[in-house]
Write a protein that binds this ligand. Sequence first.
Ligand SMILES: Cc1cc2nc3c(=O)[nH]c(=O)nc-3n(C[C@H](O)[C@H](O)[C@H](O)COP(=O)(O)OP(=O)(O)OC[C@H]3O[C@@H](n4cnc5c(N)ncnc54)[C@H](O)[C@@H]3O)c2cc1C
Length: 502
Amino acid sequence: MTEKSVIVVGGGIAGLTASALLAYEGNEVILLEAHTQTGGCAGTFSRGPYVFDVGATQVAGLENGGIHDRIFRHLNCSKPDAEVLDPACTVYLGDGQEPIHLWHDPLKWEVERNKHFPGSERFWTLCNQLHRSNWSFAGSDPILPIQNFWDFKQFLNSTRSMNLLTGIFSMSSIADLLWLCSCHHDLRLRKFLDCQLKLYSQGPSDQTAALYGATVLQMAQAPLGLWHLQGSMQKLSDQLLSCFLRDGGTLLLNHKVVGLFKTNNAWELEVTAQKKLPLNFRAKSVVFTLPPQSLLELMPNTCSGLPKDYRNRLEKLSQPSGAIVFFGAIIRSHLPLHCSGHLQLLVEEIGSMFTSISFEGDGRAPIGQATVIASIFTDVTSWSTYTPAEYRRHKNMILEKILKALNAQFAIESNQWLHKELATPRSFARWTGRPQGIVGGLGQTPTTFGPFGLPSRTPMKGLWLCGDSIYPGEGTAGVTQSAVMACRQLMSEDGKELNLTK
Ligand SMILES: Cc1cc2nc3c(=O)[nH]c(=O)nc-3n(C[C@H](O)[C@H](O)[C@H](O)COP(=O)(O)OP(=O)(O)OC[C@H]3O[C@@H](n4cnc5c(N)ncnc54)[C@H](O)[C@@H]3O)c2cc1C
């Protein structure tokens, strides 16, 4: 049995960030990762000459002052090479009209949105004002939801940067803002917003918290931006991992946590490591980065220390969605010239399909070829119940639909694909260990966002949560912010402060 001061469970971006920060601050840290590599939903895999990003294909927060930038500066480490996306995305609404380009330059974006959505400027101005207030609030590393006096004190410090608007619109949705600005009759605008918001909040505009949505809608423009990593998405994990190892952290790959128990003053973790007998680890604190629903299985009874009311709360969490992802490769010249790297296509049969195309020389495909990744949302429940034959049938059916949509969009023939395969929620469950392959956290409705969400501080002393179910939510930038919050809380228990470089 090994005893270390902190054990971090899961080596996705949340776990790597928490591990690197805690090791840098002098804590003794073990990171337990079930897979043979780190990265989780922001990792990569190879097929022959191709490198595919498993889930995340673009990154927010790499600009100066963004959360990834602050983490790397704090850790005295350079950022991974990346270029800002311009346009960040090109959105085809499937209505035969011209696509909408999310330009990086705010003025160019203003011209673009006025062209597509005349008369909507009041809405965008309100979003901008809300976003500015949100952003300075988020930049002060707030603690949300508040669970004790220490959390409250940190929250108060952060509220200095808020303004009245944040309070007024804290219970509103993006659809409320549309109504308030008399833009609710513009159905094309509504369709565009529903499409874009679903990528981040899991819901359309009437289910997306105004404070969250307002920021998401400004993420592509300067001074923020969405970034394309040179090499692959794995570079973000690699850089965090190198800091963690440099600062004395221990990474154990192929170590899957299968049980979690609270004893008097420590946590015990039961771990299976490939081809070896089960191991037991002991730690004073545990940072748990898996979806919180996983605790139901890892702490199956009250003897393991999971209080009954907390179990009830976890059991009642809303069911997040799953993803189906197509991974393909093609000769670049078969794609339209000047094709945007990221597209969102609204397709009649399958809904919103987010498509990412590798850049020439970006490390994902040989020169003259491109990888194409296309993802759609799905409900995970049915996928977990299919018999093998049903599973194969549904998988083939969806693959055909996705190919049909891509072939039509890019005017290509089916036989021009050099590689094609499909990942379903079952694949995500296998790759990332997420229950039923759920991805993307708990959603960002007015009643689940921020102060109303699941706290990183649990009722079990020494157990901290972070990842995409915790404030501020999904995305590599969101889970990084949640890791900072959990680390600050954990260190404050030992009377230490973690102040991230601004
Ligand atoms: C299809 C798709 C597209 C996306 N696109 C984007 C995008 O473009 N940009 C963006 O910012 N975000 C995107 N996201 C979201 C983003 O990838 C996630 O929010 C983020 O990577 C989650 O990080 P995490 O560390 O919280 O969890 P995870 O990445 O799930 O990491 C959890 C880790 O825990 C490990 N693990 C699981 N069970 C155990 C166990 N029992 N013991 C030990 N280890 C275990 C897993 O192997 C994994 O490495 C996308 C997600 C998906 C699925």
